[in-house]
Design a protein around this ligand. Structure first.
Ligand SMILES: [Zn+2]
Length: 66
C-alpha cells in the first residue's frame, strides 16, 4: 500500500529558503513558493540558476544560449 506523505513546506521559521550559487557559492534567496523551473539570479556573479528539484532543493546553472 502506497501512502503519499506530504511534507509541509512551511516548517522553516523564515519565509525564505537559502541555497547557494553553484558558481560562486554566494547564498541565493528564493521567495516561497519554490517551484521547479523557478529562476534564481546570483547577486554576486550574475549567473542564473534554475530550480530543477525541490525537497531537497537542487538547482542547476542556466547556460546561455548562443
Ligand atoms: Zn554566483
Amino acid at each position: 500500500m502506497i501512502i503519499n506523505y506530504i511534507i509541509p513546506m512551511n516548517t522553516s521559521q523564515n519565509n525564505k529558503q537559502t541555497i547557494s550559487c553553484p558558481e560562486c557559492d554566494t547564498p541565493l534567496k528564493l521567495s516561497l513558493p519554490i517551484t521547479v523551473g523557478k529562476i534564481a539570479e546570483c547577486p554576486a556573479c550574475g549567473c542564473e540558476s534554475e530550480v530543477v528539484e525541490i525537497n531537497p532543493i537542487k538547482i542547476s546553472p542556466l547556460e546561455e544560449e548562443k
